[in-house]
Design a protein around this ligand. Structure first.
Ligand SMILES: NC(=O)c1ccc[n+]([C@@H]2O[C@H](COP(=O)([O-])OP(=O)(O)OC[C@H]3O[C@@H](n4cnc5c(N)ncnc54)[C@H](O)[C@@H]3O)[C@@H](O)[C@H]2O)c1
Length: 343
């Protein structure tokens, strides 16, 4: 019989990739989303008989626990959260912490109830590379978050709390867990949030302020010189959504993944300036590259570099899509969205 996964935040950016991968691997998927980020979105798998979408709130513990128990879910991937790019962290510094803590509390309570009932195997929780925000040594290894100073941003702090929710639920209720720690997911499907505000970056508004879609849309709109945030020395590991989804799914059934956390990232790092030059060349060809630096945001981490060996050794997973190949998927999609006026 097909295994069943309940996924909150299923209409989101990573959710889209995850549902596709789960269905491809033969899982039955029940998605729960309140459409707070993008409104109602349509996906290729909407009519797949193994997919069911529930319009509901991840803070609704009764909805989650009843669904987990009624549908005999084997897995619960707790993906729903208030999250966005760097301007979002700053704009919703309080709201996202209050909301995400409530989502976590109800998700874990529901998982504990379903685990006690006997159907659920474990909870899979989503952390973030922002837990390592204050590190002074690289690469960041799973567990470093216990030794470096806590994150400066409320988003990073709230993601660190994910680890303690897992710890508490295991210690008190023996609920097994796996924590996935994604680094800078890139891909298609991340459109403008309903709550986005217009922040000017040169003559163009920042797109969601996630750096990849932002730079692409500015270059597509002809910005020259290109505006980048800060000096452009920030290092990121841009991880393709398809790869990330495979990593999360690889952790579901692996017994060695129980009560463990995994950095899910490509081993390839790039500075923002390098990224900007690569995108510029892909769109503008040989036109000489020119840029200016705008003032950076407060919580603009200079270096986020993962140690990816644990996911490789334990899960047998590596993010092997190059930035170049991922951009060849993302650029045409952003071009389409710019033409439609959604970005
Ligand atoms: N995108 C990244 O690079 C990244 C990196 C690290 C961690 N993460 C984590 O991965 C998860 C998914 O991120 P994403 O980039 O897909 O974000 P996203 O904003 O695209 O998707 C989140 C989804 O959750 C939904 N949602 C929010 N609050 C909800 C609620 N109360 N009830 C039901 N649904 C709700 C939103 O409508 C949205 O569809 C989050 O937990 C995030 O913190 C993302």
């Amino acid at each position: 019989m097909a295994k069943t996964v309940l996924l909150t935040g299923s209409s989101g950016f990573i959710g889209g990739y995850l549902v596709e991968e789960l269905l491809a691997q033969g899982y039955k998927v029940i998605g729960v989303d309140n459409f707070s980020k993008y409104g109602m979105v349509h996906r290729s798998y909407d009519s797949d008989p193994n997919y069911e979408l529930v319009h509901g709130d991840a803070k609704d513990m009764q909805l989650l626990s009843k669904t987990l128990i009624r549908e005999q879910c084997d897995h619960f991937i707790a993906g729903a959260a208030m999250i966005g790019g760097i301007s979002y962290f700053h704009k919703f510094a309080f709201d996202l912490m209050a909301e995400n803590e409530r989502i976590l509390a109800s998700s874990f309570e529901a998982a504990i109830a379903a685990y006690n009932h006997g159907s659920l195997k474990k909870i899979t929780a989503m952390s973030s590379s922002m837990i390592y925000e204050n590190t002074t040594t690289w690469p960041s290894k799973e567990g470093d978050e216990r030794h470096v100073a806590p994150p400066e941003s409320t988003y990073g702090f709230e993601k660190l709390a994910v680890h303690y929710f897992c710890q508490g639920a295991l210690e008190q209720y023996q609920l097994p867990y796996t924590i996935c720690i994604p680094f800078n997911c890139i891909g298609v499907g991340e459109s403008r949030a309903k709550t986005d505000i217009d922040i000017k970056s040169g003559n163009v508004s920042l797109a969601m302020s996630h750096v990849v879609p932002d730079l692409i849309q500015k270059i597509l709109k002809g910005q020259d010189p290109l505006h980048i945030l800060g000096e452009g020395n920030q290092i990121r590991h841009y991880t393709y959504g398809v790869d990330l989804a495979k990593g999360i799914v690889a952790s579901l059934e692996n017994p060695a993944a129980v009560n463990e956390s995994f950095n899910l990232a490509t081993k390839e790092g790039h500075t923002v300036l390098e990224l900007a030059q690569i995108i510029w060349k892909k769109i503008n060809g040989d036109k000489p590259f020119a840029y200016v630096s705008d003032a950076p945001f407060d919580y603009d981490v200079q270096k986020r570099v993962p140690d990816v060996s644990k996911a490789k050794d334990v899960l047998g997973w590596e993010a092997d899509t190059s930035l170049d190949a991922a951009l060849d998927k993302v650029i045409p999609w952003i071009e389409e969205q710019v033409a439609k006026g959604t970005i």
